[in-house]
Design a protein. Sequence first.
Length: 397
Amino acid sequence: MGIVYKYPIFNKEGEIFGFDIFLRNEDLSTNGKKNSKIINLLLEEEPSRIFGDKKVFVELSQEFIEAAFFELLPSSHVIVKIRNVQKITDKFIRDIQELKMRGFSICLSDFKFEKVNLLPLLTVSDFVIVNWKRFYSEKDFIEELTTLKSLNKKIILKEINSKEDLDKAKDFGDLFQGKALGSPSLVKDIKSVLFLKNTIVKLFQALQEKSLDKVVRIIESDVGLTYKLLKWVKNFYPGKAEDIQTVGDAVFFLSINDIGNFILALAMAELFAGRKEEEIIKRSLFRAHLAEELSKLYIPDHTKQAYFIGLFSLMEELIGEEPASLARELKLSEEIVEAFERRYNEFGLLLSLVELLEFHYNDEDILKHVAKIIGLSKEEVKEAIRRAREKALELTR
C-alpha cells in the first residue's frame, strides 16, 4: 500500500498552477517501482477527477522514458519531471523529443548550471525547478536565473517557506512551491488491485507471438488485470467509455506496444497476489466461466455480460469495493449494475445461481433445483460446471 500526496505549485497571482505528486509510507527502493506506483494511480483514476484542470508533475525515471511508458499517460494533464539522470545518451534526448512531439511538457528538476551533465536536457526542457535555498552566492544564483529566463524557461522556485521568501522570489521565478504557499495533502491511500504473477508471464509470451486474441483471453482470466485495463482505456478514451464493455473492446483501441507498456508498468509495480488473494482470483475466474456456461444455455445472447458478472462478483473480498460501484465506475451496462445491486433481473438470478453452485456443485438436490429454475436438465447443469472448472483450471495452471 502506498499513500499518494499532491504538493501544490502556485503562480504569481497565488493561483494553483499544478501539483507535484509523490508517494510516502512505502519501501520504494528503486525509481522504477516508485514510477510504476504513480503510473498505476493515473491508470486507475482519471487525472481530471483528482486534480481538476490543473497540471500534474509526474517524475519518470530514465528507464521509464526510454521504454516509452509515457504513452500510457494523458499529455493534456501530465508534465514529465526528469530528475537523477545518470547518463544522458542520444537515445534519451530523442525519447524526450518524442515526448514533446506527443504534447508533453518537460520539467528539469533540481537544476544547477554546475551540473554540466544536465546541460543537454536544458535545451529540451520547458520548466526548470530551482531550489530557493541554494548553497552558493546570491550573485551566482541571480545570474543563473537570468540565464534561464533568457532561454525562455519557466522557472519553478521550490522551498519558498516564508512570506519574505515569496516576496523576493517573485522577482525571479514564474511558479512557486513551499510552506509559505501550501503543504502536501493526501490524494489517495492506494488499495492496490492485485493480479497473478503467472498471468504476466503468459501475457509477455502472447505479446511476443503478437496474438491479440490470446492477450484478450489471458487478461480476461485475471480479475485484477481486467479491471485495470478497462479503467485505463475508458479514462484514456472518455468519449468511447460506453462502447467499451469487454476486454476485447478495450484492446481494439490499443497497439501491441501500448499493451506491452501497460503490462510492464504493472509488473514493475510488483502488485502480485499473495496466497489469500490468489484464491479469491481463482474463485472469481471459476464464477466467471460458470456464469458464461450457464448463460449459453439460459440467456445465450448475453454470455459476455454473464462472464463479467461472475468475474467481478468477489471484488469486495479482493479490494473492499462493492461490485456495483466498480461496475458503475467502469460504465458497464445497467443490467450488470442491477445484478450486483441484487435487483431482480436475468443477470441477478444468474449471479445467485452461480454463488449457490460454487460450493454446492456436488449436491444433487441443489443441482436439480437450479436446473428446474432455468429450465434445464440436471445433466446440463453438471456439464456446465465441469466445463467451467476445466477452463478455470487451465487458465490458472
